[in-house]
Design a protein around this ligand. Structure first.
Ligand code: ARG
Length: 458
């Protein structure tokens, strides 16, 4: 296919080099955005009298036709083109003739590609935002059903204190909520228009950058033409925000994997989100959750790739920057795929309260409450802590638990102990009375759900 830059060279580019140079396989997905950007540019060129209005009209009609034909499938993108910009301009000129050759007046592929990527990523952010909302809805739904389901909360993967399963799930909802905030912040900074920056220095034509920015839904034009065509920090910021999304996805995935093991037995993932083994007939494997954990690696890698591509690049555009799209597109593709499965996987998982309860009853997770019991009766907390530590150590040695150790034995450690200690260390009571704001009590869980429901209109 003809090159946009034919003229200077005395011979064709080597076939392998041409293939190496091409980006169509990656950037063809920006066809809509490329056409939208060109339409805004052409309309502005006509309005400012930079090209004849009749030509602008022909260009606009031609671009509309291309868009419609791409959408209906009547037109296929030629994968032999160098990039999507070449394809669209070539197709336009094929359709409307001479007028099409005026489209690139006062524009460069450098500002064009920067516009396309920003428009494309804007839609991708919206898609991820809505998928994250779906995950938050699934978490809130299960949390509502399990606001009172006691499970051991862990630190160091050691049973620590009683919480509800709902509280544990909501911890992830708040992480995903912050992820949405990070994506929104980055998207807001990205929303400035590079169009009109030209190759690097702006243009001598009397263009109207505010008009094109407006037409494309940007808040304003980028302030510096060099920065406009050289900047890819928006892609890096989004890649970083997506890396954090995957940090959260992978931690949740890891817990789902652990919880569905025979060792825990806290949940059973729905058969729709697990697989079997080709040799072991009894197996039910958490492949989807494991893949989410695994795919976190590529999303981190894409961030590193983008940072490294941009490091030390002189201003303004360098072809290195063509590498931005593969990385950031892959991050969005991967995150969307994970979140799309995570939400229904959470919504359909079966919870096993009996097993959580059994685990909660072992491991002395009410030891803090026993120390608090003494402290509330006037014993300094540090002394109470030591006393309970001795009780726990003796219980472990004797195969006893706090719930059944006789009162007389307790009083050997401290005469302050009375009959009401058993009420204070009841697991339900321990969980229910963690009423401090954001604590594990069911009322706190329900308050969190109400906040999330209001914010996300769940
Ligand atoms: N395919 C190129 C990219 O993705 C488009 C910009 C080309 N600009 C240039 N000066 N070669 O970066």
């Amino acid at each position: 296919m003809a090159k946009l830059w034919e003229g200077r060279a005395s011979k064709a580019v080597d076939a392998a080099a041409e293939d190496f140079n091409a980006s169509i396989r990656v950037d063809s997905r920006m066809a809509r955005q490329d056409i939208r950007g060109s339409m805004a540019h052409a309309a502005m060129l006509g309005a400012r009298g930079i090209i004849p209005q009749a030509d602008a009209d022909r260009i606009l009609a031609g671009l509309e036709g291309i868009l419609a034909d791409l959408e209906s499938g009547a037109l296929a993108i030629d994968m032999g083109a160098e990039d999507i910009h070449t394809f669209v301009e070539g197709e336009l000129t094929r359709r409307v003739g001479e007028a099409g050759k005026r489209l690139h007046t006062a524009r460069s592929r450098n500002d064009q590609v920067a516009v396309d990527v920003r428009l494309y990523l804007r839609d991708e952010v919206e898609a991820v935002r809505s998928l994250l909302r779906g995950v938050i809805a699934a978490l809130a739904g299960q949390a509502e059903a399990h606001a009172e389901t006691v499970m051991p909360g862990y630190t160091h993967l050691q049973r620590a204190q009683p919480i509800s399963f709902g509280h544990q799930l909501l911890a992830y909802a708040w992480m995903f909520r912050r992820d949405i905030g990070r994506l929104n912040d980055a998207a807001a900074r990205m929303n400035e228009s590079p169009l009109g920056a030209g190759a690097l220095a702006g243009t001598t034509y009397p263009i109207d950058r505010c008009a094109t920015a407006d037409a494309l839904g940007f808040d304003r034009p980028c302030a510096n033409s060099l920065d406009a065509v050289s900047d890819r920090d928006f892609a890096i910021e989004l890649a970083a925000a997506l890396a954090l999304v995957m940090t959260h996805v992978s931690r949740l995935a890891e817990e789902l994997i652990l919880w569905s093991s025979w060792e825990f037995g806290f949940i059973a993932l729905d058969d729709a989100y697990t697989t079997g083994s080709s040799i072991m007939p009894q197996k039910k494997n958490s492949d989807m959750a494991e893949l989410m954990r695994g795919k976190t690696g590529r999303v981190y890698g894409n961030l590193m790739a983008l940072l490294t591509v941009m490091k030390g690049l002189p201003l303004a555009y360098n072809k290195d920057m063509q590498e931005d799209k593969e990385a950031i597109f892959d991050s969005f593709d991967t995150v969307k795929a994970c979140l799309g499965i995570l939400a229904p996987m959470l919504a359909t998982m079966a919870v096993r309260p009996e097993n959580m309860r059994r685990a909660a009853a072992q491991g002395f997770i009410n030891a803090t409450d026993l120390a608090d019991y003494l402290a509330k009766k006037g014993v300094p907390f540090r002394s109470a802590y030591k006393t309970v530590g001795r009780i726990v150590a003796d219980c472990i040695r004797e195969g006893e638990v706090l719930e059944t150790l006789p009162l007389a034995r307790y009083q050997e450690y401290d005469p302050v102990f009375a009959e009401d200690l058993y009420q204070a260390i009841d697991l339900e009571v321990c969980m229910r009375t963690r009423l401090s704001e954001g604590g594990a009590a069911p009322d706190s869980v329900r308050a969190q759900i109400a906040r999330l429901k209001e914010e996300f209109q769940l």
